[in-house]
Design a protein. Structure first.
Length: 755
């Protein structure tokens, strides 16, 4: 397929036609030129190929496929290889089903626990989200199937998602909301990026030239197709000019005609249209020319993979010597989710799973299991009879395991949660069962954090998230110790919703949503506030224990253009094999800017046999120390000391070492009459230049004060602080004509021309 010659042969109408879908899932063909079309499908954690009836809400049936753990769970694995393997499996399923692009991964940041789509998203932390998205893309695309990194940008709530404007300052955009998209695009180019429904600072994502072209393409080098989220186009012509290549789904010809008209009227350069058409055709070519024929995917093998992955994603949040369970004991499984687990979220990512195994079925060969339903999921009504039955079963067993969590009606694409609670009927069930059975364990199925009023009453808590179609088997393996939990939280669990930094402004007013908490999202906020949380970011237990030692930095000082190598030893100090996630955080020791206390800049998951030690290595470069400086519109490392912290979670730092980093860029400083002496003293060159003036002033000051009581109660510290905050212009007033305006003007000229 010779794309440029095809574009040259196409009529204006044919070109415009390629800028929107044929129907819900296909690009358009151009039969006259033998240009075929290709099909795309949702994602992200399974294939939702719809053959007959179509929709973007997950209502109509799609083909049978394998549902892997959702993004919320995958991120908790902190395992790059694992998500790449899932990506490869998805790529094979797409090849087998003739799908050119699978719509995902979804890399939006979890601003609030309430976002209805948090289950699809990875984390509150952009570095972790970057690593997950990157490896998902690598896996899928290694099979010559494209991905669609979505939803670009700042789509952090479902409420009014098609009209709301996310109002975000530049530094917060760069450090938090753009970062995961930037990282994934720079690390591994996705074939497509999907622009979101919402506006950013007033401009629709689908017609945002700054983010679709200047940032995405010019800065990050993206060379694929920008596709609209389904129905995200507001003004098609503006969108095309801004860099939106493909509108999905079909607009029934309406928007194609508008493109044609705009070119004819001279409102849109045909060259802009040609670029978009070229990109769409490159995508078609890329898929078709490398299509692998005869790929079959073995559903059972992928189911096994889904089980293994689910085991790696589960997070053991509490274990008062209760887990793993003893097979000899009589165990009561309680809760409807033991029978029919909640294992995926609602909406466009909803997979028609070819098989689902609940924990009850998975444990059927274990003889000592009894069961009571405990609650219903259709309505949140406390059913005393179900609770009484559950208590009876719990009392008669040695341990009660309650399978609980959020039902579909509590969280889904399309709406946000209105609170962080679990259904009342489940909270009551847990309380009542704990009252009769002290050995109670809860297994949680949810896409986002929940409040746990009963946390002090249960002995064990296993968070399995929305763990995919094999979550029941994974849960049983973990509960009975066939698998050792190794996940860590990719998000903070606050004690209550009101503790969350976005609480005051979440959902906004009408269509204005101000992100006033700025960069203080998730642990960046809780750490800064030294606030108590239920479970911190990065937290998770294991059935074994790990110890860290010998933290080493390969240097103790470096310019920010250099890289730092960090090594640390991890030892499995327990009796069984297990995996640990070693986390590296960077903390500026002091900073003139308002920054989080520390930020995650590295992690590695290691498998260790009992007694085994491994050395983990991290490499850090400039970005690990930088913040986004809006004066220079670039990443900037402030000269100073930084702590390199190794932790088991964001709240359990085990060892740290300090490093001096020197900035390679001088921040531009414009000296004016209102520049303070403090600012001048902070810059050695400026300080030297201003020395004569400062000396003159100091001498003058002391001679004026000699013999008088002018200082009164003032302490030297206070005098120093006053001097430091004094602008240059004020010296004229206090110098009583002994320092002249020309002296200051001369100094300013000099300072502003310093090399
Ligand atoms: C969702 C996308 C999805 C698309 C197609 C939209 O409603 O936001 O994530 O890929 O529908 O189903």
């Amino acid at each position: 397929m010779d794309v440029s010659s095809l574009v040259a042969q196409m009529t204006l109408e044919e070109k415009a036609s390629l800028c929107s879908g044929l129907d819900f899932w296909h690009t358009k063909p151009v039969e006259r030129l033998n240009i075929p079309n290709v099909m795309v499908s949702d994602g992200p954690h399974g294939l939702r190929k719809q053959e007959m009836v179509v929709d973007h809400l997950g209502i109509s049936e799609s083909i049978k496929a394998v549902c892997f753990p959702a993004g919320c769970a995958m991120a908790a694995s902190f395992d790059r290889d694992l998500i790449r393997t899932v990506g490869e499996a998805l790529g094979d399923e797409c090849q087998a089903e003739n799908i050119s692009v699978i719509l995902g991964p979804a890399a939006n940041i979890k601003r609030s626990p309430l976002c209805g789509r948090n289950f699809e998203y990875f984390s509150e932390d952009p570095y972790l989200a970057t690593e997950m998205a990157t490896n998902h893309i690598k896996g899928v695309q290694s099979k010559n199937v494209g991905t669609s990194l979505k939803h670009y940008l700042a789509n952090n709530q479902e409420h009014r998602r098609m009209t709301s404007s996310s109002e975000i300052d530049e530094r917060t955009l760069r450090e938090i909301y753009l970062a995961a998209f930037e990282g994934a695009v720079m690390n591994v180019k996705p074939w497509t990026v999907m622009c979101s429904y919402n506006r950013i600072n007033g401009v629709f994502a689908s017609e945002n030239h700054r983010f679709l072209t200047e940032v995405l393409r010019d800065e990050w080098g993206f060379d694929g197709v920008v596709v609209s989220d389904w129905g995200a186009v507001n003004d098609r012509v503006l969108g095309l000019a801004a860099g939106l290549d493909l509108e999905m789904p079909s607009s029934g010809g309406m928007n194609d005609a508008k493109i044609v008209q705009a070119v004819k009227d001279g409102r849109l350069a045909e060259a802009v249209l040609d670029k978009a058409v070229t990109r769409v055709l490159n995508l078609v070519k890329r898929y078709l020319e490398n299509k692998k024929e005869g790929v079959i995917f073995e559903k059972d093998k992928h189911h096994e993979l889904a089980r293994m992955v689910s085991e790696e994603c589960a997070v053991l949040l509490k274990n008062d010597n209760i887990l793993p369970l003893n097979r000899e004991d009589k165990i009561a499984f309680i809760g409807k989710f033991a029978e029919t687990p909640r294992y995926q979220g609602g909406g466009s990512s909803h997979i028609n799973s070819y098989k689902v195994v609940g924990a009850l079925e998975a444990a059927k060969n274990l003889t000592n299991i009894t069961y009571a339903k405990g609650y219903d999921t259709e309505t949140d009504v406390i059913d005393e009879a179900l609770i009484a039955e559950a208590c009876k079963v719990a009392r008669e067993a040695s341990v009660a395991v309650i399978f609980a969590g959020l039902p579909d009606s509590f969280e889904s694409e399309g709406f946000d949660r209105s609170h962080m609670g679990m259904p009342d009927c489940q909270n009551r069930l847990i309380e009542e069962v704990c009252a009769v059975q002290p050995n109670t364990v809860v297994v949680l199925h949810n896409g986002s954090p929940v409040e746990m009023p009963w946390i002090n009453k249960v002995k064990g808590l296993l968070e399995v998230y929305l763990g995919g179609q094999a979550v029941g088997e994974a849960s049983v393996n973990l509960l009975f110790g066939n698998a050792n939990p190794s996940g860590k939280l990719a998000e903070t669990f606050p004690i209550k919703l009101e503790d969350n930094p976005s609480y005051l402004y979440y959902l906004g007013e009408k269509d204005t949503v101000e992100y006033r908490e700025g960069v203080f999202v998730g642990y960046r906020y809780y750490d800064k506030k030294k606030a108590e949380v239920l479970f911190p970011f990065g937290y998770g237990l294991s059935y074994t224990t790990f110890a860290y030692s010998d933290l080493k930095l390969d240097k103790d000082s470096m310019p920010d253009t250099d890289t730092l190598t960090v090594t640390v030893n991890v030892k499995n100090t327990g009796a069984i094999a297990g995996k640990d996630i070693v986390q590296l955080y960077v903390a500026p020791e002091t900073s003139g800017v308002i920054r989080p206390v520390k930020e995650l800049k590295g992690f590695t998951k290691v498998h260790l046999e009992p007694g085994e030690t491994k050395t983990v290595t991290f490499t850090l470069s400039k970005r690990a120390f930088a913040y986004y400086n809006t004066e220079i519109n670039d990443w900037y490392v402030q000269t100073g000391a930084y702590d390199i912290m190794i932790g088991k979670s964001s709240r359990d730092i085990v060892c740290s070492a300090s490093l001096q980093v020197q900035s390679s860029i001088a921040t531009p400083m414009k000296y004016t009459l209102n520049t303070t002496f403090g600012d001048i003293l902070a810059d050695p060159k400026a300080k030297a230049a201003a020395e004569p003036l400062i000396a003159a002033y100091t001498q003058l000051n002391s001679s004026l004060q000699e013999g008088s009581d002018a200082l009164g109660d003032a302490t030297p510290d206070m005098m120093e602080a006053m001097f430091s905050g004094m602008p240059l212009r004020a010296i004229l007033l206090f110098a009583h004509d002994r320092i002249k305006e020309e002296d200051i003007t001369q100094l300013l000229n000099h300072l502003n021309n310093l090399e």
